[in-house]
Design a protein around this ligand. Structure first.
Ligand code: ADP
Length: 394
């Protein structure tokens, strides 16, 4: 059975087409610059990449283009072969603790939750509506970034703000990247040869966005992102946790609006803000290795903040069986992993220098005498979406 895994953003739509339950990727690709001149459509199949430039005005047109390409390239003989479409939805609030079949009620709920994720949920909904229109016979499923973290205890998710804010407006920690943390934790149990029961993991997702999660008995018990994905670790362009009083102070000093100050925390901070050159870890590492002072400062701040969370979660979990690194930086940068482990000296973790050279492959990178195992596990959110879609439509 063919299942499409879809990630719709405000001006892009990424997809992977799976043959399920074999979990074979038949095609993947993306449509970028939707609504802008010269949109770019890229499809990869059988190791071959094809690109096409065309004006794609909206998401409905993007979906039509994509499906036409799947037919043209004979990736599918008929659109009826696609039995399910799984959508990444960023915010599921307190309503969704698992993936769900999409109904009109679910669409209304996702729409209601747009208030909590104004950049993401509306774009995800446009993707859902577009597929509903073009593939009316395929079943659709929503997979939420927040769902995995719904197991957090109240002490982890409640902020010490007025309680009425939580009751009236749902102001609390939700956490994100849940699909990724869930996927790598499940792979970790396989690699460790242990079940989730009694196993304590700290999963460290370091991409452009970044978050850390403490997982006990297969459940998320605390995570670093909060009410929004701005919280927690220092990221590519996001500050992570800062004192909220910085906002009005900076507004006054910089003579800027609230939106401008908030944009500075979202888009001009993190690695980019401190290094003064780039949000991309590859550029930062190049700078570090060339002795660039700002890059060294950015890298050290980044590493320190990851370690702060690992230390905190080690205490919260009452120990830890394995640290799991994932996403662009976590999967590919041995230098970053090494710097993090070096700073955690008291935990007596030892990396195998040779194994730690690994890039983008599942691997145990700690030595056999390390007090805590260290794993590198490439994340695969698209596969989780396809699996959940298969589970819910079967
Ligand atoms: P996103 O959150 O957009 O999905 P990714 O998971 O693709 O992001 O991660 C992007 C980050 O991974 C960037 O900072 C990039 O520099 C970093 N990255 C990718 N490859 C490497 C590498 N070989 N070494 C260091 N960093 C890398």
């Amino acid at each position: 059975m063919k299942i499409l895994s879809v990630n719709a953003g405000s001006s892009s739509l990424k997809f992977q087409l799976f043959e399920m339950p074999e979990e074979k990727v038949i095609a993947s690709g993306k449509i970028e610059r939707i609504g802008l001149p010269a949109s770019i459509i890229t499809v990869k199949t059988n190791g071959e990449k094809r690109c096409k430039e065309k004006n794609v005005h909206d998401h409905a047109e993007a979906v039509q283009e994509l499906l036409a390409l799947l037919l043209d390239l004979k990736i599918v003989a008929s659109l009826d072969e696609i039995k399910g479409v799984g959508h990444r939805v960023v915010h599921g609030g307190e309503k969704f603790s698992d993936s769900v079949l999409i109904t009109d009620e679910v669409i209304a709920e996702i729409d209601k939750l747009s208030e909590l994720a104004p950049l993401h949920n509306p774009a995800n909904l446009i993707g859902i509506q577009a597929f509903k229109q073009v593939l009316p016979n395929a079943k659709q499923v929503a997979v939420f970034d927040t769902a995995f973290h719904q197991t957090m205890p109240i002490e982890s998710y409640l902020y010490p703000t007025p309680y009425s804010w939580y009751e009236k407006y749902g102001i609390r920690r939700y956490g994100f990247h849940g699909t990724s943390h869930k996927y790598v934790s499940e792979r970790a149990y396989k690699l460790l040869g242990k079940g989730p029961e009694g196993t304590k993991l700290i999963t460290i997702h370091l991409g452009n966005g970044a978050s850390v999660t403490a997982i006990k008995d297969g459940k998320s018990i605390e995570t670093s992102m909060g009410f929004t994905p701005l919280a927690g670790l220092m990221m590519g362009t996001r500050s992570g946790d800062v004192d909220p009083s910085i906002l009005p102070f900076a507004m006054q000093k910089e003579n800027c609006t609230f939106e401008e100050a908030l944009n500075a925390l979202n888009y001009e901070s993190g690695l980019k803000g401190i290094s003064l050159i780039s949000s991309d870890m590859r550029d930062i590492l190049k700078g570090v290795n060339e002795g660039n002072r700002q890059c060294i400062l950015a890298f050290n701040l980044y590493v320190k903040r990851v370690c702060d969370y690992i230390g905190q979660y080690y205490i919260l979990l009452g120990g830890c069986d394995a640290l799991v690194f994932t996403a662009g930086i976590g999967e590919n940068s041995g230098q970053t992993r090494q710097a993090i482990i070096d700073r955690l000296g008291v935990l007596e973790i030892r990396l195998d220098a040779e194994a730690n050279q690994v890039m983008g492959q599942e691997c145990v990178v700690s030595t056999s005498d390390s007090k805590i195992k260290v794993l590198v596990i490439p994340t695969n959110e698209e596969l989780v979406i396809a699996r959940d879609t298969l589970r819910l439509i079967s």
